[in-house]
Ligand binder design. Structure first.
Ligand code: 5GP
Ligand code: MN
Length: 342
């Protein structure tokens, strides 16, 4: 690990060893890596005899609800009292898969107020210092891959079991789009280590990628057929979904996961956006291939950030204005988009 000093690992080891209760917080709208790293680490700590709770601020996708890890997941929006108690009662708070407090949504203030030991394990660029001990390694494919190496550094690997390995493998699988991007030699080394625990990768593949509702598949068809706008002259495309679109297809959290990637399968398209109308804002997702920086685009225009090729943000403009803003921005990025090397 490039950025983390050995001292940080011994501090983390010490903090976790002496803790009886640990709370693990993933980012808002948790994805496979956020939930997988939280449950994987949680299971390891549970196996060590600790009381563990995973506290996401909001609901996570249906296709991530098959894990065998037996760590309670207390969703703040569903049970504020229980989630808050689990957070403040913990001796150590571990934040996973995010790089700034505001990515925890309505848990931001509580994380800030929490005055015992805070640990961050994350792989996003531009980390902020909001924890006592930070492991931030951007060359990792996923936080789950990083958790496996942190467990080795803190001499906790012996507590990994099949349940933990399954969750950690899923984090890597989802954040790399099924091992299709951001992988390294280390990714496959870690994966092969996780396979030693006898996880059923065929079962995980089906559970994650072949587990959609018919409504979700129809929504995808509708997006590609009616809601995708392609700008070959800018090598860009976007898909937009209103609340009414989502209602029509009985939207459930996670249903639009991965939609933003589809336009990138079009020949010569290097930048893709997905806009989803929420109650109070418009959620934006950006994906790119090659060296076009989706994170800088999101940071500079949509209050967001993320990785070079996968970023997200938010817009306070109304839905139509948000789309208009995006399309009007494309000419400014024309040279960069046309020069993108893939
Ligand atoms: P997604 O498009 O799947 O929501 O997010 C893609 C990536 O961008 C993830 O790595 C996620 O953590 C990051 N991301 C998503 N939304 C935001 C946001 O509002 N702010 C920041 N800083 N990063 C985001
Ligand atoms: Mn991640």
């Amino acid at each position: 690990m490039k950025n983390t000093e050995l001292q940080t690992f011994s501090s983390i080891k010490n903090a976790l060893e002496t803790a009886s209760r640990v709370c693990i917080v993933p980012h808002e709208n948790p994805d496979g890596d956020a939930i997988g790293s939280a449950l994987g680490l949680g299971q390891v700590l549970k196996n060590q005899g600790k009381e563990v709770a995973v506290v996401p601020v909001n609901e996570y996708p249906e296709f991530l609800k098959w894990f065998s890890a037996d760590v309670p997941v207390l969703i703040y929006e569903k049970d504020k009292k229980a989630a808050k108690a689990a957070l403040f009662d913990a001796d150590v708070l571990v934040c996973v898969d995010f790089n700034e407090e505001k990515r925890a949504g309505h848990l931001q203030k509580m994380i800030h107020k929490y005055d015992k030991t805070k640990i961050l394990i994350d792989h996003h660029p531009y980390p902020t210092q909001f924890c006592d001990h930070t492991v931030s390694e951007t060359q990792y494919s996923s936080t789950a891959e990083l958790v496996v190496d942190v467990l080795a550094q803190t001499e906790m690997s012996s507590y990994i079991d099949t349940k933990a390995a399954e969750a950690l493998y899923t984090g890597i699988l989802t954040d790399t789009g099924g091992f299709s991007h951001n992988t390294s030699k280390n990714t496959f080394r870690v994966v092969s280590e996780l396979l030693e625990y006898g996880i059923d990768t065929d079962k995980i593949q089906s559970a994650v990628f072949h587990n959609f509702s018919a409504d979700r598949m129809k929504l995808l068809g509708y997006c590609l057929n009616q809601k995708m706008v392609v700008f070959p002259e800018y090598r860009a495309a976007y898909i937009s979904l209103t609340k009414a679109d989502l209602e029509q297809f009985n939207f459930k959290p996670g249903d639009t996961e991965g939609f933003v990637n589809y336009p990138l399968s079009i020949n010569n398209i290097v930048f893709s956006a997905l806009f989803i109308e929420k109650e109070e804002y418009v959620k934006a997702s950006f994906r790119s291939i090659g060296n076009f920086p989706a994170n800088a685009f999101s940071h500079d225009n949509f209050n967001g950030g993320g990785h070079l090729n996968a970023a997200g943000g938010e817009s306070e403009l109304n839905f139509e204005e948000t789309i208009q803003k995006f399309t009007q921005l494309l000419p400014q990025y024309k040279h960069q988009l046309l020069d993108t090397e893939i």
